[in-house]
Design a protein around this ligand. Structure first.
Ligand SMILES: Cc1ncc(COP(=O)(O)O)c(C=O)c1O
Length: 393
């Protein structure tokens, strides 16, 4: 090996030895289904054989699309037609494709705030202007969205779409209420507003079925919903899917990149088709839900007694994250130093806002660590809070 590559990193994950780093919303490697995927890869190579190694149809493995369509219909009560469904190279890549193919330079994109910070990075790779829509525990206020749409119309601006993570939100863990979903859909239908629904965490619901997707209630062809296999099977597959109006899905399926290169992550799709057909998907989701439910509960239970006055935490009903609201004026920089001294890390909530946040907050991920490490992380954070409290008094 060339010497200068010896220390080149292979994983995105980089954690100092000894530190419990709750800032990473990554999957615990122990929960990745390596053995079942090995069998699925062999099956994909053995059964369809050479097809699985060729250029795939632009919409991806037909077997996996059929499996998804059946499962979506069963869970969501709406059956996507073949023209309304395609596989993607994961949600990140699909957001980028939507921006490339469905926006024009100078368009406005409405973005809930706080929101998934790395989606904001993707949006910012394009010549778009981002207008924040405040998000709280109930969701986003359709009246604010309507106001922004009118402001855009009055100033001759085109609004390309609204980006939202309605279910088991990254970073807050919250979900839009049914009333909020209904009002948003009515507004979108009335104003012809496209909603980009990032549905990455839908299957990681801790208590019963997840709230209905916006897509499932969309009777007016205004929602493109993005699903992902990254959180439920494995991020490295770079595989997801999209349901939406046939014209928009068709525009994406007909793009030059897929015409030239065939389906995104085609072999991953062929492999996951076998994985799902073998019943592994439902087994894996059940295993993940049990693990993440226990971790979320342990994290929130342990946090509660170490919180300082004015701090507030909401137990999440699904997903990867706990959001800790801090009192106004809380010295975040000092907390960062106190936490570093205790060898624990959390993420500053300001990162998730499109514009400066009103109220300081922290995001903690419970996806990467098992319960004992989470408890140790909270104990360290509690010591950092206590140290800070002494200094503030
Ligand atoms: C809300 C949300 N959307 C999308 C992604 C990334 O999806 P993918 O891995 O399918 O690109 C993440 C990952 O953290 C996420 O939290």
């Amino acid at each position: 090996m060339l010497q200068e590559f010896v220390h080149e990193p292979t994983s995105q994950l980089a954690i100092e030895p000894g530190v419990i780093d709750l800032s990473w919303g990554h999957v615990d490697p122990q929960l990745l289904p390596a053995v079942a995927l090995q069998s699925a890869a062999l099956a994909a190579l053995a059964r369809p054989g050479a097809i699985a190694l060729g250029y795939g149809h632009e919409r991806g493995s037909a077997m996996l699309r059929a499996w998804l369509a059946e499962r979506i219909t069963r869970h969501e009560g709406r059956a996507p037609r073949p023209a309304e469904l395609m596989l993607t190279g994961g949600t990140s890549s699909a957001i980028d494709q939507v921006c490339t193919l469905l926006t024009q330079p100078g368009d406005v994109v409405l973005v809930e705030s706080p929101t998934y910070h790395l989606a904001v990075r993707i949006l910012r790779d394009h010549p778009l202007e981002l207008w924040p829509v405040p998000r709280d525990a109930a969701g986003i206020d359709p009246a604010v969205v309507a106001h922004l749409l009118h402001r855009a119309a009055a100033t001759g601006r085109r609004v390309a779409f609204l980006y939202t993570v309605p279910t088991f939100h990254n970073p807050t863990g919250s979900s839009l209420t049914p009333a909020c979903r209904e009002a948003l859909l009515a507004l979108a239908a009335r104003e012809r507003l496209l909603i980009l629904e990032d549905d990455a965490y839908r299957d990681l619901s801790f208590a019963g079925p997840a709230p209905a997707s916006l897509w499932s209630g969309d009777a007016a062809d205004t929602v493109v919903r993005l699903g992902s296999f990254a959180k439920t099977v494995a991020p490295a597959l770079r595989l997801g899917w999209m349901t939406g109006p046939s014209a928009l899905v068709g525009r994406i399926a007909a793009c030059g990149t897929l015409d030239s290169g065939g389906a995104a992550s085609f072999f991953s799709g062929m492999m996951v088709a076998e994985y799902c057909a073998a019943g592994e998907y439902e087994r894996q989701v059940a295993r993940l839900v049990a693990a993440y439910r226990a971790r979320a509960a342990a994290l929130v239970t342990a946090l509660t007694p170490v919180l300082l006055p004015g701090m507030r935490v909401q137990p999440p009903a699904g997903g990867f994250f706990v959001w800790l609201e801090l009192p106004h004026g809380f010295p975040l920089a000092a907390l960062g130093r106190a936490a570093a001294a205790q060898q624990v890390a959390v993420l500053d909530g300001a990162r998730f806002h499109v514009h400066p946040a009103e109220r300081p907050a922290l995001r903690m991920a419970f996806s990467l660590y098992d319960v004992p490490d989470l408890l140790e992380g909270v104990a360290r954070l509690g010591r950092a809070f206590a140290r800070l409290n002494e200094v503030m008094e």
